[in-house]
Design a protein. Structure first.
Length: 255
């Protein structure tokens, strides 16, 4: 999910060629996206009865078959079965979501869903991974390795991610909050100490040495790491399976 203060968007498909989208947007894929979105809105956002809309695939929902049949043949019955609204025309459904008619909009493909959120809230939106037993938030942009270490990166989205993690954690357990703290420390260390190694690698081997501040950050990471080793199943899931890179997670249950 990519979430801003006025719009939340979940994707049915992610990083695939546009030509492959029609075949990938299946009733099962829509049902999975709807289920994980509903669960996430209830568990993390405290919305008892989520209002979810499915965005149409073709212009004007295919216009009775003139521009494609997927909206009528696939999306409409899938939306009814999942208990969500739609499909609704892509050129207006995101505005309706922004105005408060829906708690989340499910988009068929990557750019269809992410462009509206980034257009209205780039740098303030937050990537929230749904379908996990822990809270995981991240920034709404890429890695920007080309400006690493220059002190010119904009930390706005990182701050927004930490604030949202805190808000979501307020509805959760102390153990889950510890996982959020570890994720936050790893992200901050990655920003402050850019190297070729990944955050998960640095968690195992230690951050680059050379300053008292980097040693302090490393100590903080390792103290939380040791705490998590003795924590509950959610923390062990994060440490053993995710390794910050989400390796091994079933894509059907994670959005």
């Amino acid at each position: 999910m990519l979430a801003s203060d006025t719009l939340r968007v979940v994707l049915v498909t992610t990083h695939i060629p546009l030509r492959d989208v029609p075949a990938a947007v299946t009733p099962t894929a829509i049902a999975d996206a709807a289920a994980v979105t509903r669960d996430g809105l209830r568990q993390w956002f405290g919305i008892a009865e989520p209002r979810i809309a499915l965005c149409g695939m073709n212009p004007h929902l295919g216009d009775g078959g003139r521009f494609g049949t997927e909206d009528d043949a696939v999306l409409a019955p899938a939306a009814r079965a999942a208990g969500i609204a739609g499909p609704l025309a892509a050129d207006t459904v995101f505005v309706r979501g922004m105005r408060g008619e829906f708690d989340a909009v499910i988009a068929c493909y990557h750019d269809q869903g992410l462009i509206p959120v980034k257009l209205i809230a780039f740098g303030r939106a937050v990537n929230v991974t749904l379908g996990l037993p822990i809270i995981r938030t991240s920034v709404d942009h890429g890695t920007a390795f080309d400006i690493a270490g220059q002190g010119v990166a904009d930390p706005s989205s990182l701050r927004a991610a930490l604030v949202m993690a805190r808000q979501l954690a307020a509805r959760s357990t102390a153990a889950t909050c510890s996982v959020v703290a570890l994720s936050a420390l790893l992200m901050m260390t990655a920003c402050l100490n850019p190297t070729r190694s990944s955050p998960s690698r640095r968690m195992r081997t230690g951050a680059p040495s050379g300053s008292a501040s980097s040693s302090a950050r490393t100590a903080g990471i390792f103290s939380i790491r040791l705490e998590l080793r003795a924590s509950n199943d959610a923390a062990r899931y994060f440490y053993e399976r995710l390794g910050y890179r989400e390796a091994g997670v079933d894509r059907k249950s994670v959005v």
